[in-house]
Design a protein around this ligand. Structure first.
Ligand SMILES: Cc1cc2nc3c(=O)[nH]c(=O)nc-3n(C[C@H](O)[C@H](O)[C@H](O)COP(=O)(O)OP(=O)(O)OC[C@H]3O[C@@H](n4cnc5c(N)ncnc54)[C@H](O)[C@@H]3O)c2cc1C
Length: 467
């Protein structure tokens, strides 16, 4: 593992730019004692429970089966599901790591808990472990009703069952209008019967066959929901379905014998548990519905601001780690009789990486502060465009920083294991930041549409664009 935890314990790494400015003894208007306690507790937990195992887990493509439960016991799951405020109903039931009082919790605690988990290096383990929880639980909390949903929430927060968000299908990526997984309400109104892509006759469009891979034909991939992060670990799938009246209905679907889950091999994030998921006459009680019949899309969209912020947190720490590893390499590696950092061109590269990392950090902090001081309606109206832009920007920053970092590491940056390990892993992961959660192009477009809304005729956000 690269030089990450040298130096004085409480200040973290002493490599310049390796830690948030407030952790490097610079003043901050946002950080209080409870934030510092949280950071120390999370760092200790991640250093002990994740980092020593990360390389092995990445190699074998999954983390240990008891890890999710361990997160619950350590007090990590509930706050990660909560976001910027801990709901009153959860306060006395689930612990918070570092002994932080629920009443103290704010958006900066949320930033810190994710930032520290990301030090594991790369997004595969965090996404497989807590991605589904962070993306799904807010919708259950906000729009779910009744004892069945309360029991399912408790299973998730107490570490018994993992969640996945299941929305994307072959014809429904950026454009959710294409969702074809159907949910038919039974005659007695107590259950839905859900069918995924399997029942849809395969298209004979010859253009699709032109794209077929020699090993897995397009027709094979076309049968299922796809890119479902954490699907290999999940007991519950929060699934967007199309109901007969053409509305979208959101259902919590438990994994049973009618649900098929297959691994989807990806370029990076081996531990993310990415999967194809198929439903074949799966019977789901109406008590598992989130929101109203036909009102599912609004429920999924209600968490978009936090989802985008969460992905920006991930990109942020990944970019910092790239800079940290590249800089520590540049001060130790010698070429032509000099340390790398003695070459002006190298310093110039590092300076560009550092300014992008620090500027991203400041923008994230500003938006957390603004979100924390607006109610939900206002923050959607005033900040949704900026949150979309922040998510897109964080991916753009990470792409540039990881690319420059690898350039500075030379061959080490492309080698699995050793000093370049984190950079190499993040390089494979970076597109899993810029595409899911709203693809960069869609989000940049959305941000300007929102900004000029009302000023021009052609500026409304694209209807039903997922992210
Ligand atoms: C690693 C990973 C994890 C994922 N996890 C999940 C998950 O857990 N659950 C889930 O439901 N889904 C998940 N997804 C799916 C993800 O949400 C979609 O990949 C994403 O919405 C984009 O859809 P698409 O891949 O079908 O691309 P498309 O929608 O086909 O778009 C292809 C490209 O065209 C561009 N584009 C599309 N429309 C426009 C436009 N109008 N203007 C300009 N450019 C445009 C996009 O930027 C995109 O890069 C995941 C995907 C990945 C890669």
């Amino acid at each position: 593992m690269a030089a990450t935890t040298v130096g004085i314990k409480d200040r973290g790494s002493q490599i310049p730019y390796a830690e948030p400015p407030w952790l490097s003894d610079l003043p901050s208007p946002y950080i209080r004692d409870s934030h510092r306690r949280l950071q120390r507790a999370m760092r200790e937990w991640v250093d002990k429970n994740l980092i020593p195992n990360a390389s092995d887990w990445e190699r074998c493509g999954r983390f240990s089966p008891d890890l999710y439960q361990a997160c619950a016991e350590a007090g990590i799951l509930m706050p990660m599901a909560a976001g910027k405020t801990i709901p009153h109903e959860w306060r006395s039931f689930y612990p918070i790591i570092g002994g932080i009082e629920a009443s103290e919790w704010d958006g900066f605690h949320d930033f810190i808990i994710h930032d520290e988990m990301m030090r594991v290096g790369g997004i595969g383990i965090p996404n497989g472990l807590i991605g589904g929880l962070t993306l799904c639980l807010p919708a259950l909390k906000k729009h779910g009703k009744g004892p069945a949903i309360e029991r399912i929430i408790d299973e998730a927060l107490s570490g018994q069952s993992q969640f996945s968000l299941a929305v994307t299908e072959p014809e429904a990526g950026s454009d959710v209008q294409g969702v074809t997984t159907t949910a038919i309400l039974g005659a007695d109104g107590t259950t839905y019967t859900v069918n995924g892509q399997k029942k849809v006759p395969f298209s004979d469009d010859p253009r699709l066959y032109l794209m077929a891979s020699p090993t897995v034909g397009y027709s094979e991939a076309n049968k299922a929901l796809q890119w479902i992060t954490g699907g290999m670990y999940a007991k519950y799938f929060l699934t967007l379905t199309r109901t007969v009246d053409q509305g979208f209905t959101l259902l919590v679907i438990p994994k049973d014998s009618t649900v098929t889950v297959r691994p989807m091999e990806m370029c990076g994030s081996a531990c993310a548990g990415t999967a194809f998921v198929e439903f074949d006459d799966t019977v789901v009680p109406v008590t598992n519905r989130i929101g109203e019949h036909g009102g599912g899309l609004a429920c999924v969209m209600s968490n978009f601001n936090h989802e985008r912020l969460f992905i920006s947190f991930q990109a942020m720490r990944c970019a910092r780690m790239c800079l940290e590893d590249a800089l520590s390499h540049a001060i130790t590696r010698e070429t032509f009789g000099q340390e790398l950092v003695s070459h002006a061109v190298v310093r110039h590269k590092l300076a560009h990486m550092a300014r992008e990392v620090e500027a991203l950090h400041s923008w994230i902090e500003t938006l957390i502060y603004q979100l924390g001081n607006l109610d939900e309606r206002e923050s959607t109206a005033k900040l949704a465009g900026q949150m979309a832009q922040l998510k897109a920007h964080s991916g753009i920053v990470l792409e540039r920083v990881v690319s420059q970092g690898i350039q500075l590491m030379g061959g080490l940056g492309l080698t699995r294991g050793g000093r370049g390990e984190r950079l190499e892993r993040i390089w494979r992961d970076v597109k899993a930041i810029t595409i899911p959660g709203g693809s960069e192009d869609i989000l940049l477009d959305l941000s300007i549409r929102r900004a000029v809304r009302g000023l021009t005729g052609a500026s409304e956000p694209r209807k039903n664009a997922k992210m």
